[in-house]
Ligand binder design. Structure first.
Ligand code: SDX
Length: 432
């Protein structure tokens, strides 16, 4: 295989080195392209561009493979432990028993919020979007942290533990405030997920009973959301972190990017779509027709992916989890039946088959959150809690890479050529 690409443009011929990832994927190194040719590369949406080298997550979109630090996600399903996977992603290997115990203890010890932060919630309108609260409160939490840039592992691990621990508390408090309920303080006797459910659903006079199957399901669901290479929100965290902004500001920016319905907000849009069908306004066949009609501007939410051109392995596992949860809870949900019908219609339709559009991570996750009693406006918050370890891992990886440069893409300018300033009394009225 060649070790370089040859490009000839405008009478200039350059040789560009070819990089190969550890799983063999080739990349043309264009870091000297502009200097050598005067040309920019143009790639809106960065679908053809590797923005960095990373050792955290590997996705093979053609074969539906997802691995965290080389470990296939399917192998985490046996005894799912989100905290263990968070440590793996951030520090690059599976923790030993003492390391996991120590990290878990830090999460337990840091679950509370500074009382000043707790009062912050009172400033939000009761119907404030929880993702807005989450982003604001993560950034506000940064005000209580040293604006450290040290990559000293111990200091970084402590800060990561504080952020991963408190993100649950912030989410639970946002939920309680929206419901007009008193906040429930964390319980140090409970494990990570159980404590989040306790803070969301207990009452001062009635402790929420943790169902171990629900706790295990949420552990696995958060693991499946934990990282996904250079997706929009992770790329945002790296972009913000590249200016040496601190970890909390970078994570707060990641929350905002995740919020969009084309990204993490899709799990809410899927439920809205399924509920519209359930209400009787639209049939599944109508929805498929609209999704295929470009003029409708409508997309089949929870379907399609920039990288997966095969089944998103997470969607397969989430569909299995949904079936286990509904059996365990002895619950029926018409939305699950509608989702299955939509999936079957799409997978049999040439429009979706030709474009290799399959269910993605967001197609089934909302149905599971709903069965557990998590309200729709908290679904993307759940995604953010799951994705936070990935954001932290990427922020650290970029921060630790020597010679890191601030991210600053170029553009192809389409505005007016040289134009002189016109005094206001000499400006023509706008046409039309
Ligand atoms: C997540 O990047 C990540 O890794 C994200 C994520 C993660 O873990 O971080 O996996 C989480 O964000 C999952 C995606 C959640 N979003 C949705 O479910 C929203 C619906 N999906 C689409 O909007 C879309 O599939 C995207 C945004 C996910 C991907 O968009 P792309 O790669 O830009 O795809 P595209 O717009 O180039 O589409 C290619 C073709 C187009 O048709 P043609 O122009 O070729 O005729 O496929 C069509 C699109 O119109 N298409 C869809 C579709 N998705 C793509 N048509 C109908 N319904 C869809 N869902």
């Amino acid at each position: 295989m060649s070790d370089h690409a040859t490009l000839t443009v405008n009478g200039i011929t350059v040789e560009l080195p070819i990089l190969r990832g550890s799983c063999g994927e080739p990349a043309i190194d264009i870091t000297t392209l502009t200097a050598q040719t005067g040309y920019l590369a143009y790639d809106p949406g960065f679908g053809n561009t590797a923005s960095c080298r990373s050792a955290i997550t590997w996705i093979d979109g053609d074969h539906g493979i997802l691995r965290y630090r080389g470990i296939p996600i399917e192998q985490f399903a046996t005894k799912p432990n989100f905290v263990e996977v968070a440590w793996l992603l951030i520090f690059g290997r599976l923790p030993t028993t003492p390391e996991l115990k120590d990290f878990s203890a830090k999460l337990t010890a840091n679950a509370h919020l500074h009382e000043g932060l707790r009062h912050h919630f009172e400033g939000f309108p009761v119907d404030a979007p929880p993702m807005a609260i989450l982003s604001a409160m993560i950034n506000a939490k940064g005000c209580f942290e040293d604006d450290f840039l040290s990559s000293d592992d111990q200091q970084f691990e402590d800060a990561a533990a504080r952020l991963i621990s408190k993100v649950r508390t912030i989410a639970a408090y946002a939920y309680r405030r929206a419901k007009g309920l008193p906040v429930i303080y964390p319980d140090p006797k409970l494990r990570y997920i159980a404590n989040m459910l306790h803070m969301m659903f207990s009452m001062p006079y009635d402790q929420y009973v943790i169902d171990p199957d629900i706790e295990a399901a949420l552990n696995l669901i958060f693991i499946l959301h934990a990282d996904h290479e250079q997706n929009c929100s992770t790329a945002t965290v790296r972009m913000v972190g590249s200016s040496h902004a601190n970890l909390f500001a970078s994570a707060a920016a990641g929350v905002c990017a995740l919020w969009g319905p084309l990204h993490g907000g899709a799990n809410v849009a899927v439920i809205d779509m399924l509920e519209a069908i359930h209400r009787g306004g639209l049939s599944p066949e109508d929805v498929i027709r609209r999704a295929k009609d470009k003029s409708s501007g409508f997309r089949l939410m929870g379907f399609g992916h920039r990288v997966y051109k095969n089944y998103d392995p997470r969607a397969t596992m989430l569909r299995d989890i949904s079936e286990r949860i509904f059996t365990k809870l002895n619950r029926q949900d018409p939305l699950l039946d509608i989702a299955r019908k939509l999936e079957a219609l799409a997978l049999a339709d040439p429009y979706f088959v030709e474009r290799r559009l399959y269910p993605n991570v967001d197609f089934y996750s909302g149905i599971i959150f709903r069965a557990i009693g998590i309200p729709t406006d908290m679904f993307t918050v759940m995604f953010a809690i799951g994705r936070l370890p990935g954001w932290i891992a990427h922020w650290k990886e970029q921060h630790d890479q020597p010679g890191g440069r601030i991210a600053r893409p170029r553009q192809v300018y389409t505005g007016p050529d040289l134009t002189n300033y016109t005094p206001i009394d000499q400006r023509p009225a706008p046409a039309g």
